[in-house]
Design a protein around this ligand. Structure first.
Ligand SMILES: C[S@@+](CC[C@H](N)C(=O)[O-])C[C@H]1O[C@@H](n2cnc3c(N)ncnc32)[C@H](O)[C@@H]1O
Length: 278
């Protein structure tokens, strides 16, 4: 993902995250001196400008992480000088088997917004996340029940022209499931989590402007920045054509002006769970 493009097109996620935090995250119970790991923070903008200020001075250590080198570099460049040594950014994919021993049982809280639906191996990711929590620690994660882009990532991974750019790495683990919520719950349980609470909310977002709609989706494509310059135009055309064919998208046309607006429906799930003291 391109950090600048994401910065200009993430108001839907920012509003959603603020809603989730105010409704489901009870930070009053967080204690002085605790530590937080954020998974899939993106470019750090939401974390630094919105999430951390809500925590005040309670936190002793915050680690913002993302799979994307570009996102982590952007966060380092934009936010690091201003911050204190208790804030770190790192490249981290919890799906990988080799989690550094320096991260094991280090965090009181793991938070993640809009990221887990990009895991193609949720089982390994949740086991590793569990291992990074301290006993007694807690996780809150918001994710899409179905990612609108899953079909595209799945089809493009086998596409004669667009295959080979790693789309398969981002197809949700439960993409083909009839009941992703149940699969996620089972995966949390299998990873060792207890006291699992799940909340779901349905949303409809309307983009009155096609350009904004296009940019919103392009900003969420992890492969776009790897497409060579000479192929970019064709790729963007094919990608957006597929987005607009998606079952979660409907296109409405104003009879008077001819202007088209784009409506996206999705269901957000919030998982809250603990690693109980043994
Ligand atoms: C939609 S963005 C959300 C960013 C931010 N949390 C927000 O809500 O604005 C999803 C982020 O998850 C990251 N991501 C995708 N797969 C990941 C993985 N396996 N491990 C860590 N981060 C991942 C992407 O690079 C991207 O920055």
């Amino acid at each position: 993902m391109d950090p600048e493009l994401y910065s200009r097109n993430n108001s839907v996620q920012t509003n959603e995250n603020c809603h989730i935090i105010s409704k489901y995250l009870n930070m009053d119970t967080w204690k002085e001196g605790e530590s937080v790991l954020e998974i899939g923070m993106g470019n750090g903008k939401f974390s630094m400008e919105t999430f951390l200020p809500k925590l005040g001075n309670k936190i002793h250590r915050y680690v913002g992480s993302d799979i994307s080198e570009k996102m982590v570099e952007y966060a380092e460049r934009k936010f690091h000088q201003k911050q204190n040594p208790n804030i770190e950014f790192m490249k981290l994919d919890p799906q990988l088997n080799e989690i550094s021993s320096s991260l094991i049982e280090q965090f009181d809280h793991v938070v993640s917004f809009n990221c887990f639906h990009f895991f193609s191996d949720a089982r390994t990711a949740l086991k590793n996340i569990f291992s990074m929590l301290k006993p007694g620690g807690e996780i809150i994660a918001s994710l899409l029940e179905k990612n609108t882009e899953d079909d595209i990532f799945h089809n493009f991974s086998k596409h004669p022209r667009w295959g080979g750019y790693g789309h398969e790495k981002y197809v949700s683990t439960f993409f083909l499931s009839d009941n992703p919520q149940e699969e996620w719950k089972k995966t949390f349980i299998d990873a060792g989590f207890k006291d699992i609470k799940i909340f779901c909310e349905d949303r409809i977002v309307t983009f009155p402007d096609e350009r904004k709609f296009d940019d919103f989706f392009l900003a969420l494509d992890p492969a776009l920045s790897d497409i060579p310059m000479h192929d970019k135009k064709a790729y963007i055309r094919d990608f957006l054509q597929e987005v607009k064919r998606g079952t979660a998208i409907s296109i409405e046309q104003n009879m008077k002006t001819g202007q088209r607006s784009f409506v996206m429906q999705y269901r957000i799930m919030v998982f809250i769970a603990s690693k109980t003291l043994t």
